[in-house]
Design a protein around this ligand. Structure first.
Ligand SMILES: *[C@@H]1O[C@H](CO)[C@@H](O)[C@H](O)[C@H]1NC(C)=O
Ligand SMILES: *[C@@H]1O[C@H](CO)[C@@H](O)[C@H](O)[C@H]1NC(C)=O
Ligand SMILES: [Zn+2]
Ligand SMILES: [Zn+2]
Length: 510
């Protein structure tokens, strides 16, 4: 395993030397940056594989485009500066292209207009009371644009501000002084973390480059905590790289707020409004994720051969592949049916418009099709019409489960497997009950990767998919077959073999 990693790194090094300049930027640090901020697909946990030279150059171009630099695809002087600049730790490119044609990218806002916050502690250089007043000033910058009211509230605040350093338990460790200075989570989480290894100051005119202005960073992070993503508009507050001073919002930030909050009324419950408009998609008070589709733009359809897949499922004996807002239907391996890809909203009639990605879907034993998102599910008839909406707790899952990553029905025992990242439950649709002894750890299925993006039963065999690869599962041995993983694109989709394919074939780990 270890030697394998080293070998891969060397290979990588050799294949992209054109990218290295006099800077001490290594190929690996370039890749790390690109994947961290969403310009390259994420690596799969536990596996090493090569990004092609082309993929890296494309990632660099995307990064340059976002930052407003010429898209050379090379690490030129200006580009190399970006790698070292102070910036926010949140991803620039959120994988789903939810707002095509719009510069700002929306996530989800709070479904209320009165939002509580609290400051847990101050930094090593700024007292808590000072942070509290700067936070209040930062919140006041945003409040008018969503008609929001912010209240300080110590217990269970919506937004909690704290200063932490290095690994602080949320899976996004800070990196010591410089570079990443803060990050924040979108609703409904709302935490804002500031890297306490920075030298925080409260004077935006401070000349010392080592000092980071708290107010400037706070205004940006509040944008995330309210649901905004990064913007490629340099003058906007939501631009990912550190800029001072911050005085007011840019039109781009304001438009984002308007879209997030204009339809939220105070004490509005999204659940209720959604339930009453079920099946009828017009006049929903739910924030639309993508407003109108622009003219059909071929460019925007992902290439099935060079992408990850949100999920794959077998429905009515055909293979459905989901990526972004698209679905492909294949009657056989490598045979895409005529007319595909289509927008999945055109296939699943009545699916709420704000759903912009399908990651978890399965066909029930009774032929209904169920789409999961967070704690909810939508059930469709075998003719793809919405017939029911419900909560995943109806599957007898504990309330702590906030999302299912994969669901499939095994042909081995006719049971429904509900997978949440590293663990799974077994549900009996005939009795409507959960089987005893669950959840179990995914590691019970030996040599199967976690988390899996998809699990399907195809012509009697069970397959697991993750990233660009798939595994065949042996129901009797309860482990993946030898000789897997293999590349998904070249085996399931009409894609030409590539030189990289050989790597999958010789990969001896699983
Ligand atoms: C702030 O509180 C968090 C959470 O309790 C803690 O981990 C962190 O060390 C504190 N930071 C400072 C600067 O005291
Ligand atoms: C699963 O269900 C199908 C159809 O309902 C049935 O034909 C098959 O025998 C069942 N398999 C098992 C293992 O129970
Ligand atoms: Zn940010
Ligand atoms: Zn954090």
């Amino acid at each position: 395993m270890y030697s394998n990693v080293v070998f891969c790194s060397l290979l990588l090094f050799g294949s992209v030397t054109c990218l290295i300049r006099e800077e001490e930027l290594t190929v690996l640090s370039v890749q790390e940056f690109l994947t961290k901020y969403g310009y390259l697909p994420e690596k799969i946990k536990g596996f090493d594989y090569t990004y092609t030279k082309q993929a890296i150059a494309d990632g660099v171009k995307k990064m340059q485009a976002f930052a407003g630099l010429p898209q050379t695809g090379r690490i030129d002087v200006e580009t190399s500066k970006l790698f070292k600049m102070k910036r926010c730790g949140v991803k620039d490119i959120v994988k789903t292209k939810s707002t095509r044609g719009k510069r700002y990218i929306l996530q989800q806002g709070w479904d209320k207009k009165t939002i509580t916050y609290s400051v847990l502690n101050g930094s090593s250089t700024l007292q808590k009371s000072r942070i509290e007043s700067l936070m209040a000033a930062g919140l006041a910058v945003w409040a008018p644009h969503g008609g929001l009211t912010f209240r300080q509230h110590e217990t269970k605040p919506d937004i909690q501000v704290s200063f932490v350093s290095r690994d602080h338990g949320d899976g996004f460790p800070f990196d010591g002084p410089g570079r990443v200075v803060a990050h924040a989570f979108p609703p409904p989480h709302g935490a804002m973390h500031f890297d306490d290894d920075e030298l925080w100051g409260d004077n935006p005119n401070e000349e010392d480059e080592d000092v980071t202005d708290f107010f400037a960073v706070a205004v940006h992070e509040i944008g995330h905590a309210l649901g905004l993503s990064h913007s490629n508009v340099k003058a906007s507050v939501m631009y990912p790289y550190y800029q001072v001073p911050v005085e007011k919002l840019h039109e781009d930030d304001i438009l984002g707020m308007r879209e997030l909050y204009s339809s939220v009324t105070n004490e509005n419950s999204r659940e209720v409004s959604e339930a009453t408009t079920e099946a009828v998609n017009s006049r929903s008070s739910v924030v639309p994720r993508f407003t109108k589709a622009d003219s059909e733009d071929e460019e925007d359809i992902p290439d099935l051969c060079f992408t990850y897949y949100d999920t794959i499922q077998v429905i009515q004996g055909k293979i459905f592949v989901f990526e972004e807002e698209w679905v492909w239907v294949l009657s056989e391996r490598k045979q895409i049916e005529k007319g595909y890809p289509k927008r999945f909203h055109d296939v699943f009639v009545g699916l709420p418009k704000y759903i912009n990605v399908i990651k978890t879907i399965y066909e029930k034993r009774n032929g209904h099709i169920v789409i999961f998102l967070n704690r909810n599910y939508w059930e469709f008839s075998s003719r793809f019409r919405l017939i029911k909406r419900g909560r995943i707790t109806e599957y007898s899952l504990p309330p702590q489960v906030s999302e299912l990553t994969t669901v499939f029905v095994s042909n081995y025992n006719n049971r429904t497997y509900l997978i949440e990242e590293e663990r799974f439950w077994r549900f009996n649709e005939d009795t409507g009950k959960m089987d005893r002894g669950y959840p179990k750890k995914m590691s019970a299925w030996r040599k199967v990767p976690t988390p899996v993006d998809a699990a399907i039963v195809w012509k009697g065999d069970t397959f697991f998919f993750q990233g660009p690869r798939f595994w065949r599962f042996d129901n009797r041995l309860i482990q993946a077959h030898e000789y897997y993983p293999l590349p998904t694109a070249q085996i399931w989709f009409p894609c030409d073999p590539t030189p990289e394919m050989a790597r999958y074939l010789t990969n001896e780990e699983a």
